[in-house]
Design a protein. Structure first.
Length: 167
């Protein structure tokens, strides 16, 4: 009988060590690109654009997916440059499909109506505090000046330490 049993399941510690070894090979740029593509894939299904996914149509989810990819797009462009064109094209197609679906009254239960704040391609709905919760924040209040940013590195950069999950 050999010392290593080929049928033996790895221990949790062995699996964790193997995962950490794999994570050492992963670049953040790769994760950003994969996240954008994954969000697009799920959003296409939620838009009902994949044959057989018509019953899964959820325009709220489509809106969230479009906004998620839009928020990643500057990084995707920086990372992939011209190779990001398929992602931009897919996003444009999704935005068009969303607009067409909302104009046709295709919203289902829980979905935003066409032209709702935060729709794809538009500004997000402003998050306003409840009336009276902030003194001087009424309709005629003067705009607050932007907070100055501290000069130099922050506390995390000054420490010289890198946070590593699980350690």
């Amino acid at each position: 009988m050999s010392a290593e049993d080929p049928q033996r399941q790895p221990t949790e510690e062995e699996m964790r060590a193997a995962l950490q070894e794999e994570l050492k090979k992963v670049r953040v740029e790769q994760v950003v690109l994969e996240a954008a593509v994954s969000i697009l894939n799920v959003t296409v299904m939620r838009a009902g654009l994949v044959p057989g996914s018509e019953r899964e149509r959820d325009l709220d989810q489509v809106r969230v997916g479009i906004e998620g990819v839009r928020s990643l797009l500057p990084l995707v462009d920086l990372i992939a440059g011209e190779q990001a064109r398929p992602i931009r094209d897919a996003l444009s197609q999704l935005q068009l499909a969303y607009v067409q679906a909302t104009e046709q009254g295709g919203a289902t239960a829980g979905e935003s109506p066409a032209g709702a704040p935060g729709g794809p391609g538009g500004p997000a709905a402003p998050q306003q505090p409840p009336a009276g919760s902030e003194p001087g924040a009424g309709a005629g209040a003067a705009p607050q000046p932007p907070q100055p940013r501290p000069e130099g590195p922050g506390p995390a950069q000054r420490s010289g330490r890198l946070w590593v999950p699980g350690q």
